[in-house]
Design a binder for this molecule. Structure first.
Ligand code: ADE
Length: 226
């Protein structure tokens, strides 16, 4: 799968994609990340990407023209498996099921907004969808895009090894958090690992984990149980 990022801060992404699962998957050729500097699609001396907002108000908006030209040149003859997503706090929320849907795409282009927002014509006539990673306002879409790529990349075939498999995790089982886990030592500062997990009764362990996952969900995320 190929990810594209459209941004005015191309250097931002050297960190997030140079470590761990995403870096390993890139090296193995399981995914590609192409970073595009939005200013390459400006035509003035100052490489302007923003302008004042109609109707007044503080702050600057990102202009539509460079974004439209960029997307049209990255995806000439765009197909339905080339998804274009605008990152904005006004989008529907990103979830594990969004990541699963994106993992089916051939190419995913993430537009990182900056300044006070993006001309609405980008959301209405260019992007397939808007997307927010949570109910808070970041100073730009770059961090959000890195999160979306990380969550999507680890669902791609062959990216995680067997022992890191994604199927058991929180949210993969409809609306439950992952069960709590422990490693050695069996006792640490007087706190012991639950007895049942130290035995070898796998049916009992499965039952115990299902109940522990439910209890943890009730405590931390009752909204998931509805
Ligand atoms: N840009 C600013 N805040 C954002 C958010 N919460 N999600 C996605 N993009 C954003």
């Amino acid at each position: 799968m190929r990810f594209h990022l459209l941004t005015i801060f191309p250097d931002f992404f050297t960190g997030p994609f140079s470590h761990g699962v995403v870096a390993r998957a890139r090296d193995a050729g399981k995914l590609e990340v192409s970073i595009h500097d939005l200013r390459n699609w400006t035509h003035d001396r100052h490489r302007t990407v923003d302008d004042r907002c109609f109707g007044g108000g503080a702050g600057m908006l990102m202009k539509p023209a460079p974004i439209f030209e960029a997307v049209e040149s990255i995806f000439p003859g765009r197909t339905p498996r080339q998804r274009v997503v605008l990152l904005t706090p006004q989008g529907p929320l990103f979830t594990q099921s969004t990541a699963r849907r994106y993992a089916e795409a051939e190419e995913l282009l993430l537009i990182c907004g900056r300044y006070e927002g993006v001309d609405e014509r980008v959301a209405e006539h260019l992007a397939d969808e808007e997307l927010s990673i949570g109910d808070y306002v970041l100073s730009g879409g770059e961090l959000a895009a890195a999160i979306v790529i990380d969550a999507t990349a680890r669902l791609l075939p062959g990216v995680l090894g067997n022992d890191e498999s994604a199927v058991d995790e929180s949210f993969e089982q409809a609306g439950l958090l992952d069960y709590p886990q422990w490693t050695r030592p069996a006792e640490f500062r007087g706190w012991a690992v639950p007895e049942v997990l130290q035995g070898g009764n796998h049916a009992e362990i499965r039952r115990w984990r299902a109940e522990a996952a439910r209890a943890k969900t009730v405590r931390n995320r009752p909204d998931l149980l509805k």
